[in-house]
Design a protein around this ligand. Structure first.
Ligand SMILES: Cc1cc2nc3c(=O)[nH]c(=O)nc-3n(C[C@H](O)[C@H](O)[C@H](O)COP(=O)(O)OP(=O)(O)OC[C@H]3O[C@@H](n4cnc5c(N)ncnc54)[C@H](O)[C@@H]3O)c2cc1C
Length: 409
């Protein structure tokens, strides 16, 4: 098939965000949607995610979006005719300190007010839901029965891709966008080594490179990439996929069943800001420097609740880059200064799970003129050149280290 010369919309990036909006634009009737990736399709941060979805969120808007995302996954096969496996394991929030017990109680009461199904459970009930937990040191626990995870994150990406292609979208890997033609403050075309694609609509879903792509369009976005990593143990006898996801708030560590063993990851106190553009044009996410010592510290910090993490060899250690924003919110919507230029980024660690909802709402916005849920809080304009490098790093680190404590307590 020849390289396209025109498109109704060009999506830059084929991670969870890019593929989701590609699918939804095609579903909403755009005839020629083209998604481009500088590397193989869906090969960078998204396939390295933990695959966790979380219905209890820090505010009402994200709670609503999280519900929409989970519903989109659960109805995917019905709506798109493509299989998307997921596990409805439910999840537990666990605290071992008084302070974090209060954080959980507050989250439960807020989330219930916003319509989420979540309730406090005893330590013994928590252990019954996730038998790899030790009940003795649990001070407070809450249960979210509707939480899900996707065992192998690549299956979400494959499902988005297959469904989008069935609807006529073209998804092309190994073609970098090297320029964006902007004239009279409007997008006209996207430039690649394979040729130029004329288009009025460009969506920047370039993950850790989102800022570099924004600069191609003559705009800026204060987004700071930040490393995050996880590990998966060898199979552990007694572990089953339906056992609950566990989030230990006081240690900022998460654990879930995976491949017959357990996956764990954590939000360390001194995270690593990491700008891929400072590491050469051919930097790929697999080159992100990993540090298993940090995961060992995470495991150590939860030793009395998940002791098994210490006894089992690890089968996989992987990592990638979050796109952090100074206020911890996504970046979704149009860039007012460049007509036709849209952004879908600023994951702050949750882009995988929100992608089904945000891709859908952004497509509504582009095609129908407004999204069915107000996304003004995520406006790209708030990040256009507002923050200097040092304060951006500082704010991004604050957001990363407060992933489980968004109240900042
Ligand atoms: C270890 C780990 C665990 C995580 N766990 C979870 C989780 O459980 N739940 C959750 O919700 N989130 C999780 N996340 C976060 C989640 O992975 C990200 O939010 C999500 O993958 C972001 O997707 P993306 O599309 O922005 O980025 P990516 O998947 O990186 O996609 C961006 C794409 O843009 C392409 N690109 C860049 N520049 C160009 C260019 N110039 N031309 C063409 N293409 C370009 C890149 O090659 C890349 O493929 C986790 C992340 C990590 C690292």
């Amino acid at each position: 098939m020849p390289f396209p010369s025109h498109a109704d919309a060009v999506v830059i990036g084929t991670g969870a965000f890019g593929l989701s909006v590609t699918l939804q634009l095609a579903r909403m009737g755009l005839r020629s949607v083209v998604a481009l990736d500088r590397y193989p399709i869906a090969s960078q941060t998204s396939p390295r995610a933990a695959g966790l979805f979380k219905l209890v969120q820090a505010d009402e808007l994200r709670t609503r979006l999280a519900r929409l995302a989970v519903e989109t996954v659960m109805h995917f096969e019905r709506d798109f005719g493509v299989t998307l496996p997921y596990v409805r394991s439910g999840s537990l929030m666990v605290a071992r300190t008084e302070r974090h017990a209060r954080v959980i109680e507050q989250e439960v009461s807020d989330a219930q007010r916003w319509g989420a199904d979540v309730h406090l459970v005893s330590a013994r009930e928590a252990q019954a839901l996730a038998p790899f937990l030790q009940a003795e040191s649990i001070l407070r626990a809450a249960y979210v029965p509707g939480d899900i995870y996707i065992e192998e994150p690549v299956s979400l990406l494959n499902a988005f891709r297959e469904a989008a292609e069935l609807l006529g979208a073209r998804i092309i890997g190994n073609v970098p966008v090297i320029g964006i033609d902007v004239r009279d403050s409007a997008v006209r075309a996207v430039l690649t080594p394979e040729g130029t694609i004329q288009t009025d609509i460009v969506i920047d879903a370039a993950g850790a490179w989102v800022r570099a792509v924004a600069r191609l369009a003559g705009t800026d976005l204060a987004v700071q990439p930040m490393r995050h990593q996880l590990a998966i143990t060898q199979p552990i006898s007694g572990t089953q996929s339906e056992q609950a996801i566990v989030r230990i708030f006081d240690a900022a560590v998460y654990v879930r069943p995976c491949r017959g063993g357990l996956m764990w990851g954590g939000f360390e106190a001194n995270p690593l800001p990491f700008d891929p553009t400072a590491h050469g044009d051919d930097f790929r996410i697999e080159m992100t420097p990993l540090d298993f010592g940090i995961l060992q510290q995470c495991a150590e910090s939860v030793r009395n609740v998940v002791p098994v993490l210490h006894d089992v060899p690890v089968q996989e250690h992987r990592g990638g880059l979050f796109t952090m924003t100074p206020d911890g919110r996504f970046v979704v919507g149009p860039v007012p200064a460049v007509r036709g230029f849209w952004v879908l980024s600023g994951c702050n660690g949750s882009g995988f799970s929100f992608s089904p909802a945000l891709g859908r709402l952004l497509a509504e916005w582009i095609v129908q003129g407004q999204p069915s849920v107000d996304l003004a809080a995520f406006a790209p304009a708030r990040l256009a050149g507002v923050v200097d490098k040092a304060s951006l790093r500082e704010a991004a680190i604050f957001q990363y280290t407060h992933y489980y404590e968004p109240l900042g307590e």
